[in-house]
Design a protein around this ligand. Structure first.
Ligand code: ADP
Ligand code: MG
Length: 263
């Protein structure tokens, strides 16, 4: 495959998998949509190709450790009941991890779609922003569950969360199409990308997680300054120790401001 500096892992060309489709190419790795065991079961393949500029032994060790760390954290989240993609299969030596494919759109896309169709005032009027407020609360609630499970994400952004639509209702169509119409903002939040995650229960690390999300949120979604607090409201609903973390968040913000004043 032309995208690869080195031969791709064999799973990408394995006859049982659907022709893999490259979804994103990040700094650390590539993400493909493929299938697992049967063509009807879509799967996400995260592949970290080796970096030719690194020392080969060091490179192999790093890749192995990172893939395993990500798979372990995903497994831990599942055990603790946090909704994340389930791990199907790992080949840490070859540098890949195969997991459940999450349908839906990244929250970044959903929020920007929503913002795109609204005026400045509409973004702030209660009636218009009700749906967004609700979505932001679900985002915060998902982060709260993650923290309650003892996991710190390390890279919380709206690109690292998917909004998975609810499965179609099975009720008969007696009320016509209207009652079945889904809003773009409906669905459940699934946090993804645990490449920088760690296990931990320090308030400080949790506060930094929230701070990273806040910064990412405001830079990705302008005009939402007044709405970010809804994420924190949602966070409080699922995480008992939220108050202490939010207090720490004040300190982290303060440090952030000082840092940016210094340039
Ligand atoms: N399990 C998954 N299901 C569906 N899409 C995914 C899945 N994992 C990742 N993606 C998509 O691929 C993108 C990159 O994956 P991610 O794990 O965030 O890797 P990176 O480290 O490159 O940011 C995500 O932003 C998302 O759009
Ligand atoms: Mg990512």
């Amino acid at each position: 495959m032309a995208d690869h500096p080195l031969p791709p892992p064999r799973i990408l060309t394995h006859p049982s998998s659907t022709a893999p489709q490259l979804i994103t190419q990040g700094a650390e790795g590539l993400l493909y949509r493929t299938s697992y065991l049967q063509p009807s079961l879509p799967a996400a393949l995260k592949y970290r190709p080796s970096k030719p500029y690194r020392h080969p032994i060091l490179d192999a060790r790093l890749t192995r450790q990172r893939i395993l760390a990500e798979a372990r954290i995903l497994a831990k989240c599942r055990r603790e009941g946090v909704v994340v993609p389930s791990v199907y299969c790992v080949d840490e030596a070859a540098g890949w991890l195969l997991m459940e494919w999450i349908e839906g759109l990244p929250v970044r896309v959903v929020v920007n779609k929503w913002l795109g169709s609204k005026s400045e005032e509409q973004v702030l009027t209660a009636e218009a922003n009700g749906r967004l407020v609700d979505l932001l609360k679900r985002v915060g609630a998902a982060v709260g569950r993650l923290h309650a499970a003892g996991v710190v994400h390390g890279d919380l952004t709206t690109s690292n969360m998917m909004l998975r639509p609810a499965p179609p209702a099975v009720e008969p169509q007696q009320h016509g199409d209207e009652s079945l119409q889904r809003e773009d903002t409906d669905g459940s939040i699934v946090i993804i990308d645990f490449g920088l995650a760690s296990q931990g229960t320090h308030e400080e690390d949790r506060a930094v997680d929230l701070y990273v999300l806040e910064r990412a949120f405001l830079s990705t979604h302008p005009r939402t300054e007044k709405l970010f607090s809804q994420v924190l409201e949602g966070y409080k609903t699922t995480f008992k120790a939220a108050t202490q973390v939010l207090r720490k968040l004040e300190d982290v913000r303060m440090r952030g401001r000082k840092r940016s004043m210094l340039g």
